[in-house]
Design a protein around this ligand. Sequence first.
Ligand code: PAF
Length: 276
Amino acid sequence: MIITRSADDLAQALGAPSHPVGFVPTMGALHAGHASLFAAARDECETLVASIFVNAMQFDRPEDLAKYPRTLESDLQICRSEKVDVVYCPDQTAMYPTGFSTVVSVGRLGRILEGADRPGHFDGVATVVTKLLSSCRADVAYFGQKDFQQLAVIRRLALDLNLGVDIRMVPTVRDHDGLALSSRNIRLSDEGRRRALSIPRSLEAARTEYERPGSTPSSVEEAAKAALEASGMLIHYVVVVDAETFVEADGFDRTSAILVAATVDGVRLIDNALLD
Ligand code: PAF
C-alpha cells in the first residue's frame, strides 16, 4: 500500500492505473461502516484509492472539529487489511495552500436540513470532494447511505460538473443494537446511547406506518416523531422527502426517504430509511 501526502505524490503513485479506479473518501476514525465501503469498492474496481483527511472546511463548530477523533495509525492498518492500493492523507496546507479561494456550492440541496442547521457544511464537503475526485481520477466513488443528504449533494455536483464518476451508495452498517455506525458514537454516554436507540426505533415506526394502507408522508413523520419524543432527545428534524430531489413529498408516487436528525449528550446524530 502506498501512502501519499500531496496531490503530486498521489498522481505519481497512481501512474497509469488499472481501471476502474474506485475511491473511498474518509475523514479517518475508520469503523466497520468504512470497511463496507472498501469491500464494495474492492469487489468492483481494479485499483482502490482511499483518502484520510479531516476537512476543517466542513465543520461549522470549532469544538466539533477539535473533538473529531484522529487515529491515523490504526486507520492505515485498516486500509492495509482492506487491500487499499493507495492512501491519500494530505494535511490542511497540502489541501488548501495559501491563496486557495474556490468554493463549490450545490445550491438548495446544500442549504436545507443539515445544510440549514450547519451553515457552510455542504460547501465544505462539496469543495473537498470535488478536489479529491479529480486528484484520485476516480471512475467510481463510494459513500454510505447514513449521510444520505451528503450523497445527494455529491451526486448533484458530479452530474453538474461532468466529473464522469459514478457515485455509489452503500447501505448503512448498524451496531448489534441498531444504532447506525458513526465516528461520533464514541462520544455517547451509556444513557445517551440508550436514548439514541430511539432513532433506529423511529425509522422502524416510520416503515410500519408507511406499510399501513392509507398512510401519508405526514402520518409517517408523526409515527417517527412519537418514537423519538419518548426518548427526550433534542429533535432537529423528522421529514419525508423525495429521495432524489429532497422536495417534501405529498404522496408516495416516487421513492421517498425519511430523514432524522437529533442530538443527545451534545452529539448530533443523523439516520434515514428509504421508503420503497
Ligand atoms: O463523509 C465523510 O467522511 C466526509 O464528509 C467526506 C465525504 C470524506 C468529505 O470530507
